[in-house]
Every structure is written in structure tokens, then in C-alpha cells.
Ligand binder design. Structure first.
Ligand SMILES: NC(=O)c1ccc[n+]([C@@H]2O[C@H](COP(=O)([O-])OP(=O)(O)OC[C@H]3O[C@@H](n4cnc5c(N)ncnc54)[C@H](OP(=O)(O)O)[C@@H]3O)[C@@H](O)[C@H]2O)c1
Length: 258
């Protein structure tokens, strides 16, 4: 990595979504190459144009991230051509138990784990070997405050994000001596399609732009856990350490219960 403050090449999965889009614009600058992934080519084209206007060189890739062969081919090819400084493992989906609390379909649960977990780990697998050879690079894994304590309205989502949190924490300590940095991001509510579709209250809702600015500054400082906003982070963390019966009661009172 050329500079801790200013990565020269940044890859972002899920760049067509609220947070990924804002992250791309946050890093777009002269001398920076952005590799942007999503499914919707029209949104990628629009983002590429806006990023180029800020001086960045941009490549886009549109495909369903569940197609692991395509994902790995793209990542390995990018890693051969470009020395990737920073990779955001950001693409994600959410499902919930539904308005009548009828539950999550098995089909939806599999789709969620394919995107949030299998594709996330495959992304790491795709970029890590070149970083380890180079003994540099940084991977940012997108978890959630929902990882601290399972939410009754989004049990599978909470589980997928808890897995990402644990994976990132383990990777970080494994890879630090090799010069590869790993960060786990745990956002609260950030205005996006996913967030808007999520049931339950959304306290301390942030704009994607503010979230992206905050993430960038903490990533530059190589913080192990980038969790925000502060009051919600504290509240969610406390829910994970108090007695489960008490956290159940609080979640029900706060309308996150089934
Ligand atoms: N927003 C929040 O409040 C919040 C809070 C905590 C954590 N997060 C995490 O932050 C990350 C970004 O979320 P967001 O809020 O920006 O959500 P979003 O606006 O819904 O964006 C999700 C992104 O993931 C991509 N994606 C989903 N399924 C895909 C698939 N099968 N193949 C390829 N790409 C796929 C979407 O592509 P398309 O545009 O093609 O759909 C989009 O680019 C997620 O990992 C999410 O779990 C968000």
C-alpha cells in the first residue's frame, strides 16, 4: 500500500448500493483506480462517470456475486493486473420474519448466506493470496451492529453478520504479522434500500455519505472494529453482555421482538 491515508487502488463489492456507492465517491480522486462491482450496469455506469469526474480511473464488473467462479476469476485477474491496496467486502442482503412473524423461507435463508457469507469469504479468498505474497493490503469486512446480539425480526441476517465479525477478527490477528490489515465494520442504520426495507425502528439513522466518510477515516487508522454510531453501538454491545432474558425484554419493548 502506497500510503495508509490514501490507497491507490480500491475494490468495492456491492458498489451499486447505498454504502458502496458512497464509499466509491469517497475514495474517487486523481491517481486512484476504483474497481466497482454490483449487479446493475446502469448504476455502475453512473457511478463510474461521477468517479471519473473526480479524477479516478474506474473499472466496473456486473455479475451476481453468488456465481463464485465468476467472482474468483474477476478477483484473481484484478489481483494479477493491479496491486490492490484496499478491498471492501460489502455486498449484502437482508431478510426478515415478515409482518405476521410467519418466518423466513429456506430459499431466502440460503440466498442470504450465499451472498452475506459464502460470497464474502470467497471475495477474501480471491484477493488474499496476492496480498500475502506482497505482504501488504487491507480488507474491510462489512458486518453490522446486529452481529452483537441476534434480533428476533432478522435472525438469519444477524447470524450472517456475527459470522463475518468473528471471521474478520480471526483473520486480523492471523494476518497482521504478514502485513495484511483486516477491519470489521459494524454500522447501525444507514439510509439505503436494505435499511428502508428492514422492519423495526431505525434510531440514529445516518446518511451513506456520512457513514462512508467515517469508515474511510477509521480504515485509514486501521481500527480493528469500526462500529457506529456511538449510542447505538453501546446499546447493542450491552445487549450482548447482559442476561439474555433482560435483552429479550428490552428488544420486545423497543419493538424489535417478533
Ligand atoms: N444500511 C444499513 O443500515 C446497514 C447496517 C449494517 C450493515 N450494513 C451492511 O452494509 C453493506 C451494504 O449495504 P447497503 O446498506 O448499502 O445495502 P443496499 O443499498 O441494499 O446495497 C447492497 C449491495 O449489495 C449488492 N448485492 C446484493 N445481492 C447481490 C448479489 N446476489 N450479487 C451481487 N451483488 C449483490 C447490491 O447490488 P444490486 O444493486 O444489484 O442489488 C448492492 O450493491 C451490506 O453488507 C449490509 O449488510 C448495512
Amino acid at each position: 500500500m502506497k500510503s495508509m491515508q490514501r490507497p491507490v487502488s480500491v475494490l468495492i463489492t456491492g458498489a451499486t448500493g447505498g454504502i458502496g456507492y458512497a464509499l466509491a465517491l469517497e475514495y474517487a480522486a486523481p491517481g486512484v483506480t476504483l474497481l466497482l462491482h454490483g449487479r446493475r450496469q446502469d448504476v455502475l455506469d453512473d457511478l463510474a462517470e461521477r468517479s471519473r469526474a473526480r479524477g479516478a480511473v474506474v473499472e466496473t464488473a456486473a455479475f451476481d456475486i453468488r456465481k463464485q467462479d465468476e467472482l474468483i476469476d474477476w478477483l484473481e485477474d484484478a489481483s494479477k493486473r493491479i496491486s490492490l491496496d484496499l478491498v471492501f467486502v460489502n455486498a449484502g442482503v437482508n431478510i426478515d420474519i415478515g409482518p405476521g412473524a410467519h418466518g423466513e423461507s429456506w430459499e431466502d435463508v440460503q440466498m442470504l448466506f450465499d451472498v452475506n457469507l459464502r460470497a464474502a469469504l470467497a471475495t477474501v479468498q480471491g484477493v488474499l493470496p496476492a496480498m500475502r505474497v506482497r505482504r501488504s493490503g487491507q480488507i474491510v469486512l462489512m458486518s453490522s451492529l446486529a452481529a452483537y446480539r441476534g434480533l428476533p425480526i432478522t435472525p438469519s441476517y444477524s447470524a450472517s453478520k456475527a459470522a463475518i465479525k468473528a471471521y474478520g477478527e480471526g483473520l486480523r490477528d492471523w494476518l497482521a504479522p504478514e502485513g495484511v490489515r483486516i477491519n470489521v465494520v459494524m454500522p447501525g442504520y444507514v439510509d439505503s434500500k436494505m435499511c428502508r426495507e428492514m422492519p423495526g425502528p431505525k434510531p440514529f439513522l445516518m446518511t451513506p455519505e456520512n457513514a462512508a466518510r467515517l469508515i474511510r477515516s477509521k480504515v485509514a487508522k486501521n481500527r480493528a472494529r469500526i462500529s457506529f454510531p456511538f449510542p447505538l453501538n453501546l446499546g447493542c454491545w450491552l445487549l450482548s453482555v447482559i442476561h439474555p432474558a433482560v435483552s429479550s425484554f428490552i428488544l420486545r419493548r423497543m419493538k424489535y421482538g417478533a
